[in-house]
Design a protein around this ligand. Structure first.
Ligand SMILES: NC(=O)c1ccc[n+]([C@@H]2O[C@H](COP(=O)([O-])OP(=O)(O)OC[C@H]3O[C@@H](n4cnc5c(N)ncnc54)[C@H](O)[C@@H]3O)[C@@H](O)[C@H]2O)c1
Length: 293
């Protein structure tokens, strides 16, 4: 069934990390709604393959090889996109990599690689595209892919990735306030457990950052996970209603995720009342915040 959407049709979307998983599904969803799509990825052949399948939907698509961690490469991407389409109305900063494992077993090279793609990669894209998008008028939107990990109270085994995804959430919500003045919408996409190749992220790890020998959970597609196409549909629906945050996780984990988010607020609430167990009634908020040395 065609999902042609006259609010989006004829406009241009750019999706990073679009050769695989959630990014490929976003490119397909946006193309099926009538948008022209720039399919950008460090995997240039993969980007071209996805661009070809988007063109088969009857819209224009351009596959571009880009390393989001490299500002010059991102500037070339921006130039190529504007040369081809003249404008970009929807910027989806989605490229990302994952590393699992204990913080104490990780290295600074692990962090440098994770942050170079997830955080600096996003900043490179924002610095290249926002000045151009600001010069346009009409509907414009930025979506940054964070994770449910930005909301989980217990990041054991994922502390580095969680730190990067927290950074993205903070960046996104800050940007949302900032860009309100330009009438540019901003959304944080927070997927959890999507059936993609994310466990095999090291396939794209540059040699300068070394490489960890083994992945603790292997490199297969995550089981019992939400389909990338469903993540993409939720994301685009969220963009269209200018949602600050869009969650996208498999149905079997909805209840558990709600409890985990509540745990996070319970921890904050506990800090406010000076207790580790949440509210006890022993202290009031004013006392917990007061400096009394
Ligand atoms: N799969 C999940 O469960 C899940 C959960 C939460 C968040 N996410 C996030 O979703 C986003 C998409 O990941 P995915 O799950 O589709 O994984 P994926 O591995 O299938 O796709 C990621 C894509 O990013 C590309 N990429 C990696 N480094 C790059 C670079 N330097 N420059 C440009 N492209 C680069 C890869 O080539 C790949 O095509 C990531 O930001 C990830 O952190 C995924």
């Amino acid at each position: 069934m065609s999902r042609f959407d006259d609010r989006l049709a004829g406009r241009t979307a750019l999706v990073t990390g679009a050769a695989s998983g959630i990014g490929a599904a976003l490119a397909t969803e946006l193309g099926s709604r009538g948008m022209s799509v720039v399919v950008a990825d460090v995997d240039g052949d993969g980007a071209e393959r996805v661009a070809e399948s988007v063109r088969a939907l009857g819209v224009r698509a351009l596959g571009v090889q880009v390393d989001v961690a490299d500002p010059e490469s991102v500037e070339n991407l921006a130039q190529a996109s504007y040369d081809e389409f003249g404008s970009v109305e929807l910027l989806c900063n989605n490229a990302g990599v994952l590393l699992l494992g204990n913080l104490t077993d990780s290295s600074m090279d692990d962090w440098r690689w994770l942050s170079s793609v997830n955080v600096e990669g996003m900043l490179n894209c924002l610095y290249a595209f926002l000045p151009r998008m600001r010069r346009q008028s009409g509907w414009r939107h930025v979506m940054n892919t964070s994770s449910t990990h930005a909301f989980l109270p217990d990041p054991a085994f994922t502390a580095l990735y969680t730190a990067a995804k927290h950074a993205i959430l903070g960046l996104t919500l800050g940007l949302r306030s900032e860009l309100a003045a330009d009438d540019i919408g901003v959304t944080a996409l927070c997927p959890g457990q999507a059936a993609t190749r994310i466990l095999d992220s090291q396939r794209n790890r540059p040699t300068e950052f070394g490489r960890r020998a083994a992945e603790p959970f292997g490199t297969d597609v995550i089981p019992m996970a939400i389909e990338p196409a469903d993540v993409a549909w939720l994301a685009v629906e969220g963009i269209m209603r200018d949602a600050p945050i869009v969650f996208a996780l498999p149905e079997h984990s909805h209840a558990q995720f709600r409890e985990q988010v509540k745990d996070l607020w319970r921890m904050a609430d506990g800090a406010l009342v000076g207790s580790t167990d949440g509210f006890t009634g022993d202290l009031d908020e004013e006392q917990a915040l007061r400096v009394d040395r």
